[in-house]
Design a protein around this ligand. Structure first.
Ligand SMILES: O=C(CO)[C@H](O)[C@H](O)COP(=O)(O)O
Length: 220
């Protein structure tokens, strides 16, 4: 199976967890695109979706799935999203697609975070994938210096602007021995909107697609 077929298998497995009549939290990325396509096949069963990016909103709307403003919604039973890396405690690096801030907001409101991944995303320790950090443009140089002081090598994602009008610094070479601590420290740098470590609010269930099928692994 190709990596994309594995992504699709994980994504379609997430349809089993959708509550009838609910608003579904929808993440961003190529794995989630398969989930959105699958959601279209059950759209009569759901009220609609809250989305974490303009790209996902556009795809949902094109398939006739109503997209709600998060401010008008008080309950999201399930949030479905991919990850760039996920470790044994279900802490993740996310934001490869640059949607980390909205992803973190929708995840915070949701009761259950279901992570959909192909097996390559499972890692013993986070940090091989560069950590995305969303930054207010006028703070770019300051945040770059502060991230370097933490031991990383921040690189501006060239030509990229987030849905919120901000920049992304991808931090290479960071040692992440305590993901909760690193997430907290980076978020304390003035000018950082948020960072792509999802450790304080990690995944609750991992749907991990490998050659043998989709494993359904609850958070340890
Ligand atoms: O965090 C994300 C986007 O901001 C994605 O979930 C992450 O980058 C994984 O993407 P893909 O499913 O395309 O491998």
């Amino acid at each position: 199976m190709t990596q994309d077929e594995l992504k699709k298998a994980a994504a379609l497995a997430a349809l089993d967890y959708i509550e009838d009549g609910s608003i579904v939290g929808v993440g961003t990325g190529s794995t989630v695109n398969h989930f959105i396509d699958g959601l279209a096949s059950v759209r009569a069963r759901i009220r609609g979706a809250v989305s974490s990016s303009e790209a996902s909103s556009k795809r949902l709307a094109a398939l006739g799935i109503p997209v709600f403003d998060l401010n008008d919604i008080d309950r999201i039973p399930v949030y479905v999203d991919g990850a760039d890396e996920i470790d044994g405690s279900f802490a993740m690096i996310k934001g490869g697609g640059g949607a980390l801030t909205r992803e973190k907001i929708v995840a915070a409101v949701s009761e259950r975070f279901i992570c959909i991944c192909d097996a390559s995303k499972r890692v013993p320790t986070l940090g091989h994938f560069p950590l995305p950090v969303e930054v207010i443009p006028m703070a770019r140089s300051h945040v770059t210096r502060e991230l370097a002081r933490l031991g990383g090598e921040p690189r501006l994602r060239a030509g990229f602007v987030t849905d919120n009008g901000n920049l992304i610094l991808d931090v290479h070479g960071l040692t992440i021995s305590d993901p909760v601590d690193t997430e907290t420290r980076i978020n304390q740098i003035v000018g950082v909107v948020t960072n792509g470590l999802f450790a304080r609010r990690g995944a609750d269930l991992l749907l991990l697609a490998g050659k043998a099928g989709v494993e359904r692994i609850p958070r340890p």
